[in-house]
Design a protein around this ligand. Structure first.
Ligand code: PMV
Length: 329
């Protein structure tokens, strides 16, 4: 007998970044973070459990997953099944899983594909097993796969609280409809990044700046949360750009250093800062990759896009407004 479910989740872009863990095994973050889901981009995942499947099958964008991705998903799934047995929410062995996943955007290039991937996967697994649960539990289980995935479960603008295991999950600060922000993503490279962020977190503490970044994060979280709730674009821009630069300073000074930026990355950051001085509502933020997310208000977006199109080295500009929560289809 086979049981199947399909889920869709959106990636998210963090305004206050998650970098480094207090506990790597549990993916308990060193600091809290705040993000916005991206409506136009998504991962769609179908999970089928069947006793007729001899081993886990994982296909991502039509290709069999590489061995390290398969290892990561297998371990995460074993942990989840074990957790569900322990909590007596699962009685019978579900068999093995077939996981078919598609991304609508470049995978592994700083457009948090692991976030939408684990969020969609978590929801599809619960759906296929027919287990109902609350959003905090889903967010927590997604976090075990990829930290930032916990923020792709709730809707719109989300805050992930540090907490201890079951208390470390993301909740929605405001729905997607709260603020018509636009993320114009300057795609500088669609290639898979060399060091996945999961591994980068392990050595974040080797940077002399990490302790200070983590220590001061609660202040930036408070400013960012209030800026979102009050729709104060300038406050959001200042705190987000500062936080992004602090995270990349840590990345570049950890051991071994991680340089995610390419030439065009810095060109876009500098241009965006100039445009903001001229009165255009925009700011830049970057995850673990070279692509720059230029966040603007709906009314500034057309002018910002026009200017971005003139910067050399940008291969493509993706555009997205705030996204909804992960959902079953
Ligand atoms: O969830 P991970 O392990 O892929 O880490 C994501 C880390 C950043 O994207 C760089 C920052 C963030 O908060 O999303």
């Amino acid at each position: 007998m086979s049981k199947s479910a399909t889920a869709i989740a959106h990636p998210n872009i963090a305004f206050i970044k998650y970098w480094g863990n207090r506990d790597d095994m549990m993916r308990l973050p060193a600091n809290g973070s705040i993000s916005m889901n991206l409506e136009a981009l998504y991962t769609r995942t179908t999970v089928t459990f069947s006793t007729d499947i001899p081993d886990t099958v994982i296909k991502i964008n039509g290709k069999s997953a590489d061995s390290s991705t398969k290892f990561r998903i297998d371990n995460w799934l074993d942990d989840l099944i074990c957790y569900l047995y322990q909590k007596k929410r699962l009685k019978d062995a579900p068999g093995n899983a077939e996981i078919i996943s598609e991304n609508s955007f470049p995978t592994g290039a700083g457009i948090a594909s692991s976030a939408s991937a684990f969020a969609a996967l978590t929801l599809a697994v619960f759906g296929a097993l027919g287990i109902e649960t609350d959003e905090a539990d889903l967010s927590c289980r997604a976090r075990h796969g990829s930290g930032s995935a916990c923020r792709s479960i709730p809707e719109g603008f989300c805050e992930w609280v540090t907490g201890s295991n079951e208390d470390s999950y993301a909740y929605s600060l405001a729905p997607a409809s709260h603020w018509d922000l636009v993320d114009l993503i300057a795609v500088i490279s669609g290639k898979h990044k060399k060091v996945v962020s999961s591994k980068g977190h392990w050595t974040a503490d080797t940077s002399p700046f990490q302790e200070q970044r983590v220590y001061t994060a609660p202040q930036r979280i408070a400013v960012c949360r209030q800026a979102i709730l009050e729709k104060d674009f300038n406050a959001l821009a200042e705190v987000s750009e500062k936080d992004m630069l602090m995270m990349h300073s840590v990345m570049m000074t950890q051991d071994p250093p991680l340089f995610y930026w390419e030439g065009p990355t810095i060109r876009v950051i500098k241009a965006v800062r100039e445009w903001r001085k001229e009165g255009l509502e925009c700011f830049a933020t970057i995850d673990a990759g070279p692509n720059v997310h230029v966040i603007c208000t709906g009314r500034s977006a057309p002018a910002v896009r026009e200017r971005m199109e003139k910067i050399s080295g940008i291969r493509e500009i993706l555009s997205s407004g705030p996204g909804g929560k992960a959902h079953l289809v």
